[in-house]
Design a protein around this ligand. Structure first.
Ligand code: G3P
Length: 216
């Protein structure tokens, strides 16, 4: 499973990259707005920090302008992945950019049929939003399972990039059902390491070791 960081916080990305937990980064217009940074500058800096794909989202809504914006974003760095909304115009833009071998991430996916269309037009990644489905009492993980089944049925190479991840249970469930990638806020990724019994056990080990009076 690949771990992408869903953030434009350079310090948080660098911290997790040092641990070895960053395979890529995803952003969206809301994340960029929250950063307060110039879009192209912050994407360029993230690309320098990150070995894998960095998703940068177009803001146009018509296919022709999406394609123009996608080509501009792709020129920022060789690991830029162009993010496109799951609309007919977004799918048309994905079809064109994919044929130009530009990596694409089709986002705002909320149904298996939407994911099927993204694979048909050659998307590199599909981003189903788990948390936002849970928010309206639907089952976000069921969507991941359904997409996994459909993609495996037909051998689609589009990678399932589970997004809108809000907690560690989402990560566990995505790993169980076979998502290819999760993208999560830095704090969720860091909290995957936490367990009260680990802390308790380590404290006991160190206390007992201290009693030996030895050092390594
Ligand atoms: O990558 C999509 C993600 O940023 C959306 O998350 O929590 O706003 O649904 P959220």
């Amino acid at each position: 499973m690949k771990f992408f960081i869903d953030s434009a916080d350079l310090d948080a990305i660098a911290e997790l990259a040092d641990v070895g937990l960053v395979d890529g980064v995803t952003t969206n217009p809301s994340i960029i707005a929250k950063s307060g940074r110039n879009f192209k500058d912050v994407i360029a800096e993230i690309c320098r920090l990150t070995p894998g794909h960095v998703s940068a989202e177009v803001v146009a809504t018509d296919a022709d302008t999406m394609i123009k914006e996608g080509r501009i974003l792709r020129k920022i760095a060789e690991n830029v992945c162009v993010k496109l909304p799951l609309t007919l115009d977004g799918l048309k833009a994905c079809n064109t950019l994919s044929k130009e071998e530009i990596p694409t991430n089709v986002t705002l996916c909320f149904s298996p049929n939407q994911a099927l269309l993204a694979a048909k037009v050659g998307a590199t990644y599909i981003s189903p939003f788990i948390g936002r489905l849970d928010d309206i009492t639907l089952d976000g993980l069921e969507l991941i399972e359904d997409i996994r089944t459909i993609y495996d049925n037909y051998g689609f190479e589009t990678e399932i990039l589970a997004a809108s991840i809000r907690n560690v249970n989402h990560v566990k469930e995505c790993a169980i059902v076979g998502a290819d990638v999760i993208t999560a806020p830095p704090q969720v990724v860091k909290s995957l390491a936490n367990h009260v019994l680990t802390d308790k056990g380590l404290a006991a080990f160190l206390k007992d070791w201290e009693g030996t009076g030895q050092s390594i």
